[in-house]
Design a binder for this molecule. Structure first.
Ligand code: ANZ
Ligand code: ZN
Length: 858
C-alpha cells in the first residue's frame, strides 16, 4: 500500500485562494442571466484582528453564499468595515497614532486574515465607512432628511459620560453606567440633532408581521422597543391657576382610584414653580445628577416634593388631588406628567406609602368579593371588575377604559391616544472620528444646511487629541465658515454622527459601492432586500431598527422602492469557552495552563493549581479567548470552519474545545487520505452506474441520494451541524465499503463525489483539492449542486416493530410493501418473539403496513 502523508493545508489553501482570486470567481456579474441572491454578514469594526465571533459569523455566511452559488444564483456576498468609532480615537490618545492610520492598518491586517480563511467575498466591493467616498453620501441623506423634516435639532437632556466625555444614547447606559467606560452617567442639556424615527413607529411595528424570515424573538424585542400602548390624555384643572394639567395614562379606568398627580422634575411647570420654592429647586437639582436611563429611574427610590397646588378630579369636582414633582416621572414619555393610582401601579404605591397618600382599590380581581379587596405593599395590576368607581362599577377593565374615555370626551376633559415608547434617535456625538454633520450655525439665520456643491464636509486631519471633549471643536480654523445664506461669519456644526448612522445603509451601498451617486436606485432595487442577513443578537434592536427606519426614510426620499432591508435574518449564538482562575482568584488564559481536563490544570509558569470555572462567552476580561489566527495557522482554515459549523446549531452558543478542533482536523485528514489512496489504487471504473443491481451496492447508492437530499434541505434551513453529521455518516459508510469489484468502486466514487460537493461550502479548499484528485477538470467552485435521484431514495429494506400483546418484543427487516403473509412468517420466526408465544394461543395478528406487527395471544 502506498504511504500517504498528511494533508498539506498550508500549500493547498493558498493555492486555491489564489486560483479563485485570479479567475475572480466571486466577482458579481451584473449581466448574468441568473436569479440574484444577496447574503450579508454584519460587517466588522476594524478593531485589529478577527475574533472567534467573526469567524463563526462569516463561516455561516460563506456556507450560504457558496451553496446558493452552486444552486445557480448570481450571489452578492460583500465585505466592508464599520470604520468610525471611539476605539480609534482612544488609540490616538494612548499611542499617538492618527485614528485614520490606526483604522486603515487594522483593516489591512484583518482583510489579509479574512482572505486567508478563503471566504467567497467579492472584494471589488469592499467599503470603509470612514472614507469620504462613503460618508459624503450620508451627508446628502441627512440633508434630504432635513428637507423632509425628518432631521431636526432640539435641546435635550442627555446622558453624559464624564470619563469618555461624550453623550450616550439611553441604550449605551447599562445599569446607570457608560457602556464603555463604566462611569456613573450624569445628565446634561445640549442642543442635539435628532432623526424622527417616531414618525415611522407604526410602520416599523406593522412591518414586523411581513418579516417571516426573522426569528420570533427578534421581532418581539423590536415590538417591545417600539412599545405601542393605547390610552388617554386627561386634562386636570389646576385650582387657582388658569391652566389644565395634561397627563398620559394607559389606565383611564382607574381614575376613581386617583390619589395624586405628579410632574417630571424637568417639566416646565416644575422648573417654573421651583423659582419660588427652594425645597423643590433642591430636589430638581438632585434629580439632575442621575442619568435619564430608564433603568436608573425604575430602580431608584421613589421620591418627590409636594408643590402645594391642587388639581380637580375630572369626574367629581368635589375631589381635589395634590400635585407633586416626582423622580419616577420621565419628561420624554407621554406628557411628562401623570395621575397616580397607587392601588394598581407599583411605582405609585411605593410613593403613596412613603408620603402617606390615599390608596383606594378600584379593580377587584375576578371572583373576589369587592369588600375583601385590600392593598398591602403590592399593587394589583391584573384584570378584574370595577369597584368604588361610580358609573364604572361592575364593568370589566376593558369596558371601563372605553366608558371613561367617552365620559372624558363628553366633558372636554380628555381624549383617546396612542403612545409609543420609541423615542427619536439622537445622532449627535461630540467626537472626532465620525462623519461631520453638514450644518452651519449662523448667528442670524440659525441652522443652515451646507450647500450641495460644498459637500463633502471632510474631517480636519491636523487635530490634537490631548485635551478633553471634541477635538474638532478645538481645531483653530476648521469650524470657521461663511453662512451660505447671508454670508456672515458662522460656525460649522462640530458634532459627528452616531456610528449607527453608517451601518444603517451600508447594505444598500454594497449594491453600487463605487457609484458617485451613493445608492443607485436600479441596482438597489435589483438586490434589495438582502435575502439573508447574519449577525449577532446584540443588534436585535438598535442596528436592525435603525436600518429598517433608514430604508423607509430613503424610500420616502425617492431613493428606491423598498420597504424592508432584510428579508431573512439569522442571529448566531456566541462562542464560549471554559474559564480558569488561579488561587488568588485572578483569571488565567487557557494558553497559560499545563495538564488536562482529567488530571487537572496547573499554571504553566507558577505551577499553582488552577480551578476550572463556568463556560462563558469568550471575552478579554475573563481571559478565556482563543485567537482564531492560532487555530488557522496550526490546523488550517477548513478545520476551523468545520468546527464552527459542526458543533451546534448556528443560533445556539458554541463551546470551543481543543478536542473538538482536533477531531475536525483528524477527520479532514482521514477524508483526504482515503481519496488519495482510492484514486491511486482503485481508478474510477468505466461502467454505467444505472446498471448496478447488487443489493449491498444499491444500499450505498440509496444512502448517497438520501444524503444529498437531506443535506440540501438542511442547508436551506441553516441546520449546518446536522448537514455535517449526515455527510460524515455517509463518508464512514464509504470508507468501510468493500472495493472488491467494479460495481463497488462505481458506487464508492459516486458517493465520494457527492461528499466532496456537499462539503464544498464548508471546507472549500480541501473539497476543491479532492475534486481535482477525483479527476474533475472543472473547478468545484464552479460546479452545480448535486441533485438526488428520487427513485433511489426509497429504502430497499425497512424495519418493522413486532409487538406481543402491546409490548415490543423484536424487529424485522423486510423490503417495503412486503405482503402480509410474508411479514407474518418473518415475524413469527424471530426468536425473541417466539419466546412469548410458546405456551400461548395466537388470537390474531394485525399488520400496520411498513410499520408494526401486532400479535395478540391468550
Ligand atoms: C394612571 C395609571 C393607573 C397608570 C394604573 C398605570 C396603572 P406604558 O404602559 O409603559 O405606556 N406614565 C405615563 N407617563 C409617564 C411618564 N412620563 N413617566 C413615568 N410614568 C408615566 O405606561 C403608561 C403608564 O405609565 C401610564 O398609565 C402612567 O401611569 C405612567 F393603575 O396612568 B398610568
Ligand atoms: Zn446667515
Amino acid at each position: 500500500m502506498a504511504v500517504v502523508e498528511n494533508y498539506s493545508f498550508r500549500e493547498n489553501e493558498k493555492k486555491w485562494q489564489k486560483a479563485w482570486d485570479d479567475k475572480q470567481v466571486f466577482t458579481v456579474d451584473e449581466s448574468a442571466d441568473k436569479p440574484s441572491y444577496y447574503v450579508l454578514e454584519m460587517f466588522p469594526y476594524p478593531s485589529g484582528k478577527i475574533h472567534m465571533g467573526h469567524l463563526r459569523n462569516y463561516a455561516i455566511g460563506d456556507v450560504v453564499a457558496r451553496y446558493k452559488k452552486a444552486k445557480g444564483f448570481q450571489v452578492l456576498h460583500p465585505m466592508g468595515w464599520d470604520a468610525f468609532g471611539l476605539p480609534a480615537e482612544n488609540a490616538a490618545i494612548e499611542n499617538k497614532v492618527h485614528p485614520a492610520q490606526w483604522t486603515f492598518s487594522n483593516i489591512a491586517h484583518m482583510r489579509q486574515q479574512l482572505k486567508s480563511i478563503g471566504f467567497s467575498y467579492d472584494w471589488d466591493r469592499e467599503i470603509a465607512t470612514c472614507a469620504p467616498e462613503y460618508y459624503q453620501h450620508e451627508q446628502k441623506m441627512f440633508l434630504a432628511f432635513y428637507k423632509k423634516g425628518l432631521a431636526y435639532r432640539k435641546e435635550a437632556t442627555v446622558n453624559w459620560d464624564p470619563v469618555d466625555n461624550t453623550v450616550l444614547a439611553n441604550e449605551q447606559v447599562i445599569d446607570g453606567r457608560g457602556w464603555r467606560s463604566g462611569a456613573v452617567v450624569e445628565q446634561r442639556k445640549l442642543k442635539q440633532w435628532f432623526l424622527r424615527i417616531t414618525d415611522y413607529a407604526e410602520e416599523l411595528l406593522q412591518g414586523l408581521s411581513t418579516l417571516s424570515g426573522w426569528p420570533e424573538k427578534v421581532k418581539l424585542m423590536q415590538e417591545k422597543w417600539i412599545g405601542k400602548s393605547f390610552g388617554a390624555k386627561v386634562w386636570f384643572v389646576v385650582k387657582g391657576w388658569d391652566e389644565k394639567l395634561e397627563v398620559f395614562t394607559t389606565r383611564p379606568d382607574t381614575l376613581f382610584g386617583a390619589s395624586f398627580c405628579a410632574l417630571s422634575p424637568q417639566h416646565p411647570w416644575a422648573l417654573q414653580m421651583a423659582q419660588s420654592n427652594p425645597e423643590l429647586a433642591a430636589f430638581i437639582e438632585e434629580c439632575s445628577r442621575h442619568g435619564t436611563a430608564t433603568e436608573v429611574i425604575e430602580t431608584q427610590e421613589k421620591k418627590g416634593v409636594d408643590t402645594g397646588y391642587k388639581v380637580v378630579h375630572p369626574f367629581d369636582s368635589s375631589i381635589e388631588l395634590p400635585l407633586y414633582v416626582a423622580n419616577f416621572v420621565l419628561m420624554d414619555y407621554g406628557t411628562g406628567a401623570i395621575f397616580a393610582c397607587p392601588a394598581h401601579d407599583q411605582r405609585d404605591l411605593d410613593f403613596a406609602r412613603k408620603y402617606g397618600l390615599k390608596v383606594l382599590p378600584v379593580v377587584a380581581p375576578v371572583g373576589v368579593d369587592p369588600a375583601s379587596v385590600t392593598i398591602g405593599t403590592e399593587a394589583h395590576t391584573e384584570d378584574g371588575v370595577m369597584i368604588h368607581s361610580s358609573f364604572l362599577n361592575g364593568l370589566t377593565v376593558e369596558e371601563a377604559k372605553k366608558r371613561a374615555i367617552a365620559e372624558l370626551v363628553a366633558k372636554h376633559l380628555g381624549e383617546e391616544t396612542i403612545h409609543y415608547r420609541l423615542r427619536d434617535w439622537g445622532v449627535s456625538r461630540q467626537r472626532y472620528w465620525g462623519c461631520p454633520i453638514p450644518m452651519i450655525l449662523c448667528p442670524h439665520c440659525g441652522d443652515v444646511p451646507v450647500s450641495e456643491d460644498a459637500l463633502p464636509v471632510t474631517l480636519p486631519e491636523d487635530v490634537d487629541f490631548e485635551g478633553t471633549g471634541n477635538p474638532i471643536a478645538r481645531h483653530p480654523t476648521w469650524k470657521q465658515v461663511r453662512c451660505p445664506q447671508c454670508g456672515s461669519q458662522a460656525e460649522r456644526e462640530t458634532d459627528t454622527f452616531d456610528t449607527f448612522f453608517e451601518s444603517s445603509w451600508y447594505f444598500a451601498r454594497f449594491c453600487s459601492p463605487k457609484s458617485d451617486k451613493g445608492i443607485e436606485g436600479e441596482l438597489a432595487q435589483k438586490w434589495l432586500p438582502v435575502d439573508q442577513y447574519i449577525g449577532g443578537i446584540e443588534h436585535a434592536v438598535l442596528h436592525l431598527l435603525y436600518s429598517r427606519f433608514f430604508t423607509k426614510a430613503l424610500r420616502d426620499c425617492g431613493c428606491f422602492n423598498i420597504d424592508e432591508p432584510f428579508a431573512g435574518l439569522l442571529t448566531q449564538g456566541m462562542v464560549c469557552h471554559e474559564t480558569y482562575k488561579d488561587p488568588q482568584g485572578k483569571w488565567v488564559s487557557p494558553d497559560d495552563l499545563k495538564g488536562d481536563a482529567k488530571t487537572g490544570y496547573v499554571h504553566l509558569k507558577t505551577g499553582e493549581p488552577i480551578t476550572v470555572g463556568r463556560i462563558e462567552k469568550m471575552s478579554k476580561s475573563k481571559k478565556n479567548v482563543v485567537d482564531p489566527a492560532h487555530i488557522i495557522t496550526s490546523y488550517g482554515a477548513d478545520t476551523a470552519r468545520l468546527f464552527m459549523l459542526s458543533d451546534s446549531p448556528p443560533d445556539r452558543d458554541l463551546e470551543w474545545s481543543d478536542a473538538g478542533v482536533d477531531g475536525c482536523w483528524r477527520y479532514v485528514n482521514r477524508l483526504w487520505r482515503f481519496v488519495a489512496q482510492l484514486v491511486e489504487e482503485h481508478p474510477r471504473p468505466i461502467i454505467d452506474i444505472e446498471t448496478i443491481t447488487l443489493d449491498k451496492h444499491l444500499a450505498l447508492r440509496t444512502k448517497t441520494h438520501k444524503t444529498i437530499h437531506a443535506v440540501s434541505e438542511d442547508l436551506e434551513q441553516f441546520h449546518f451541524n446536522r448537514a455535517v453529521a449526515r455527510i460524515r455518516e455517509l463518508s464512514n459508510d464509504v470508507m468501510t465499503h468493500p472495493l472488491e469489484d467494479e460495481q463497488a468502486r462505481a458506487v464508492v466514487y459516486e458517493a465520494m463525489d457527492a461528499i466532496v460537493q456537499l462539503f464544498s461550502p464548508m471546507i472549500p479548499h480541501v473539497a476543491e483539492e479532492l475534486w481535482s484528485m477525483l479527476g474533475y477538470r472543472e473547478w468545484l467552485v464552479n460546479s452545480t449542486w448535486p441533485t438526488a435521484n428520487p427513485a433511489l431514495m426509497v429504502d430497499n429494506q425497512i424495519t418493522m416493530a413486532i409487538q406481543v400483546n402491546g409490548k415490543l418484543r423484536g424487529t424485522i427487516s423486510v423490503p417495503p410493501n412486503t405482503v402480509d403473509a410474508e411479514v407474518e412468517k418473518a415475524a413469527f420466526a424471530v426468536p425473541t418473539v417466539q419466546a412469548f408465544l410458546s405456551d400461548k394461543t395466537v388470537k390474531k395478528c394485525i399488520i400496520v403496513p411498513n410499520r408494526i406487527v401486532n400479535i395478540v395471544v391468550v
